[in-house]
Design a protein. Structure first.
Length: 372
C-alpha cells in the first residue's frame, strides 16, 4: 500500500512527504500526458460542497427492513435527531444521530471525506455498540442526486451496497440504502430515512444532551484530549533509512466529543516546510474489546487510512499498534500518548522493520492547551 494512501500514519507523512524528494531548483516543462490530465481535471466537476445541505440540526424518520435479501416485507420504524458539523470548511463532515423505536436505540455517526483528486466522497459509518468503522461507500453527486457504492459481506455472501441521497431541498432530504446479491441487476431497499431541518440549537451532540451513559473501563481514557491545543511537531524526513534530518511544524489541534466521550473527532492544522496542511483523526471506543481504534485522513487525499491503529491506555499511557506497508515493505507501527497533564501531553509515532525488536521514532508532537 502506498504510504501516502495510509493516512493513519498520523498527520504528517503525506503532507510533508515531498521533502523526501526535493524539487529541482529550475522549473521543468510538464510532460504532454501530464498537461492533458491537468486540462481534463479542469473540466471535472468540483463536488467538495455537495453535502453542504446536510449541515445543521434535523429530525429524522427511519424505516428499516428486518431481514434484507430474504423476501421479507416487515419494516420497523424509528424516530430521532441528527446533527451534522462542518470539517475542513465542508470538504469533510461529521454526522451524529440517535433514534428510538420498537427495536431499541440506535446511536451512530457518519464521517464524510472528499477526495479532491478523484472528485468523489467516501462515507464511513460506525455505531456506538461496537465502535467499529465500516469500509467506505464511495461515489458522487450528479444532477442533485448522490450515489455511493461498495462491495461487502452480508450473511456470509459478497453483495453490493448502495446509498442514494435524493429529493434534496434547503429543509428536507431523502436517503435510501439498498443491497444487491445479483451483481447490481436488481436492488432491494432496506433502509429509508426522511429528514426535516429544525432551527439550529447549541452545538451539542444528541448523545450528550439526551442520554446518560453507563461508564465502562477505558471509554473515557481520551477525555484529556478534548479542547483546543497548540502543537509543535517534529518529523523524521526519511524513516528507516538511518536519517537524522527532522522537519519542524507548528499549528493547532481541536478535539470534539462524540457519544459522550466514547468517540472523538480531532482536527489538525499546521504549517511547516511543505506549507499548510489539514488532517483529521476519528477515535472510536469498542465497549466489547475495551480498546480504541484510531483512523486518520489528510485533506489533500481525502481517504481515511485503513487499517485502524488499535490499542488502549494503561497507567496513564496509551499504546496503539497496526501493521502497514511503507516503501514497499510491511512494517509495524506504534503510536504512544504519554506525559499527560490537564494542559499538556506528548504524542510519538515509531516504525519497526524487525518485528518490534527495535523502534525508530519518526513523529514527535508536544501539545499545550491553548490559553494555558
Amino acid at each position: 500500500m502506498n504510504s501516502c494512501r495510509r493516512i493513519g500514519i498520523y498527520f504528517l507523512l503525506c503532507t510533508l512527504g515531498y521533502l523526501s524528494h526535493p524539487a529541482s531548483a529550475f522549473p521543468q516543462a510538464a510532460p504532454v500526458a501530464a498537461q492533458t490530465d491537468a486540462q481534463h481535471a479542469d473540466t471535472v466537476r468540483d463536488g467538495q460542497h455537495d453535502f453542504d445541505f446536510e449541515l445543521g440540526n434535523w429530525t429524522i424518520h427511519l424505516a428499516k427492513l428486518v431481514n434484507p435479501l430474504m423476501g421479507s416485507s416487515t419494516w420497523i420504524k424509528f424516530d430521532g435527531t441528527s446533527v451534522t458539523r462542518k470539517v475542513w470548511d465542508g470538504r469533510s463532515q461529521l454526522e451524529q444521530f440517535e433514534t428510538d423505536g420498537a427495536a431499541g436505540h440506535i446511536e451512530g455517526l457518519t464521517l464524510r471525506v472528499y477526495n479532491p483528486q478523484s472528485h468523489q466522497w467516501s462515507l464511513y459509518w460506525a455505531n456506538s455498540k461496537d465502535g467499529t468503522l465500516f469500509q467506505p461507500l464511495i461515489g458522487e453527486f450528479k444532477n442533485g442526486r448522490g450515489e455511493f457504492y461498495d462491495q461487502e459481506t452480508f450473511n456470509g455472501r459478497a453483495i453490493y451496497n448502495r446509498f442514494i441521497w435524493s429529493e434534496i431541498t434547503p429543509n428536507s432530504a431523502h436517503f435510501e440504502q439498498s443491497f444487491s446479491d445479483d451483481g447490481g441487476k436488481t436492488w432491494e431497499t432496506n433502509w429509508i430515512t426522511d429528514q426535516a431541518r429544525v432551527p439550529d440549537k447549541a452545538d451539542k451532540a444528541p448523545a450528550d444532551a439526551q442520554q446518560a451513559v453507563t461508564r465502562q473501563d477505558g471509554q473515557n481514557d481520551f477525555d484529556f484530549n478534548f479542547g483546543t491545543w497548540n502543537s509543535h511537531i517534529s518529523r523524521l524526513v526519511h524513516p528507516l533509512t538511518g536519517s537524522t534530518t527532522w522537519a519542524e511544524s507548528k499549528g493547532t489541534v481541536v478535539v470534539r466529543k462524540i457519544w459522550d466521550g466514547r468517540a472523538q473527532l480531532e482536527e489538525v492544522e499546521a504549517d511547516g516546510p511543505s506549507g499548510h496542511f489539514e488532517d483529521l483523526g476519528l477515535f472510536l471506543y469498542n465497549p466489547e474489546s475495551r480498546q480504541w481504534s484510531l483512523s486518520f485522513a489528510n485533506s489533500k487525499v481525502g481517504i481515511l487510512g485503513v487499517p485502524a491503529t488499535v490499542g488502549e491506555f494503561k497507567n496513564g499511557r496509551g499504546e496503539f499498534y497496526d501493521q502497514e506497508a511503507f516503501n514497499g515493505k510491511f512494517i509495524l507501527v506504534r503510536i504512544i500518548w504519554s506525559d499527560i497533564t490537564p494542559n499538556s501531553h506528548r504524542f510519538e509515532q515509531s516504525f519497526s522493520d524487525d518485528g518490534g525488536k527495535t523502534w525508530e521514532p519518526n513523529i514527535v508532537a508536544t501539545l499545550t492547551r491553548a490559553g494555558s
